[in-house]
Design a protein around this ligand. Structure first.
Ligand SMILES: Nc1ncnc2c1ncn2[C@@H]1O[C@H](COP(=O)(O)OP(=O)(O)O)[C@@H](O)[C@H]1O
Ligand SMILES: Nc1ccn([C@H]2C[C@H](O)[C@@H](COP(=O)(O)OP(=O)(O)O)O2)c(=O)n1
Length: 203
């Protein structure tokens, strides 16, 4: 069984997916980490982030490790995970995620994973796992999301809100909810409240 949890930036996708996956006793995968890893490797190599042919040669050693405690991304034996949520990676990742060749590479990594799993991102329910029987889409206002993310970034709330709104705009193409997804506004809910809403729906 595959459960897809898509949504806008900082809507709670990875925290909610982790809680749902732990309750179900299955792994979860954060697809955004793969786009972030490509971005980090591109930045480190000084590559043009809009040029897929410069990025693809950097990827043969990249591997996503789905773990209940939080996914990790490796480049050969180097763990990239701690460096994937910087403001610098945030600023470049939408450029990378717009490249069809990179999207194909990410999709292939995800589809190679064994069922069952919880998959989170932007296009899990529409593109990567369109036949998944259970689909959810998380939203919250830009201000609520910025307030949450301010606990994880050095910038102030208005700067984070502006960056999130811009990233939502750049990611619009791949971020439409699947027609058969249940849309959940996480604004008025606690994290556990969102997890419980999804688990109740699954039962
Ligand atoms: N009601 C809620 N629903 C989802 N996340 C919440 C909620 N309240 C607080 N959070 C927090 O919001 C932050 C962003 O969540 P995260 O899972 O990183 O989002 P995403 O994966 O969509 O970027 C996390 O620190 C998470 O714990
Ligand atoms: N399935 C996906 C997952 C992420 N992306 C892109 C869009 C996002 O700006 C980046 C990072 O996504 P991630 O979910 O890690 O981060 P945020 O929740 O947006 O902070 O990757 C995508 O295009 N498709």
């Amino acid at each position: 069984m595959i459960v897809t949890i898509d949504g806008v930036a900082a809507s709670g996708k990875s925290s909610v997916s982790s809680g749902v996956a732990q309750a179900l006793g299955v792994p979860y995968v954060s697809s955004g980490l793969l786009y972030r890893a490509v971005t980090l490797l591109g930045l480190t190599a000084g590559a043009d982030l809009a040029d897929a042919s410069a990025l693809l040669p950097l990827l043969p050693g990249v591997r996503l490790e789905p773990l209940a405690s939080g996914n990790r991304v490796w480049n050969a034996d180097h763990d990239l995970t701690a460096d994937l949520h910087s403001t610098r990676v945030d600023g470049g990742v939408s450029t990378v995620a717009a490249l069809p060749e990179i999207r194909e590479w990410v999709d292939a990594q995800l589809r190679a994973l064994p069922d069952p799993l919880v998959a989170e991102g932007r296009d899990m329910g529409t593109n990567v796992f369109p036949h998944a029987p259970h689909k959810f889409y998380l939203t919250a206002s830009p201000r609520v999301r910025a307030e949450r993310r301010a606990k994880e970034r050095p910038e102030d709330i208005p700067a984070i809100e502006a960056a999130l709104t811009e990233r939502d705009r750049l990611d619009t193409t791949q971020s439409a909810p699947a027609p058969d997804a249940r849309v959940i506004d996480t604004g008025p809910l606690t994290l556990q409240g969102v997890i419980d809403t999804i688990l109740a729906d699954l039962r």
